[in-house]
Write a protein that binds this ligand. Structure first.
Ligand SMILES: [Zn+2]
Length: 103
């Protein structure tokens, strides 16, 4: 149980606004929860651009979440680059095979 930093009324730990006086609560349990959730890493893995933006935006206020997003974006970028290289190699090999069969 936390207490309102304005009026001292008991409020829920995750409360963003005090239900009694309406003052926004900051600090431990505010809207800026920096839990470094793995979900951001997964999101960044599939959408590296989003991960990069989150990383830049959160660098100051949410270092943990920013780190997870940044790592996810890096891995996502690396995997997509590897996949493109793999696809290109496959394409070249298939093309060379087709040409050699044709000739
Ligand atoms: Zn209050």
């Amino acid at each position: 149980m936390a207490y309102c930093r304005n009026c001292g009324a008991p409020i829920a730990d995750q409360a963003v606004i005090c239900p009694r006086c309406g003052v926004a609560q900051s600090g431990s349990g505010g809207s800026l929860t920096d839990n470094g959730s793995l979900g951001w890493g997964v999101l960044s893995f599939f959408l590296p651009v989003v991960g990069l933006i989150l990383f830049l935006v959160w660098r100051e206020e949410k270092p943990k979440s920013a780190r997870v997003s940044g790592i996810g974006a890096l891995i996502g970028t690396g995997v997509s680059v590897l996949l493109s290289i793999g696809a290109m190699v496959l394409y070249v090999v298939a093309f060379a095979a087709a040409v050699s069969v044709a000739m």
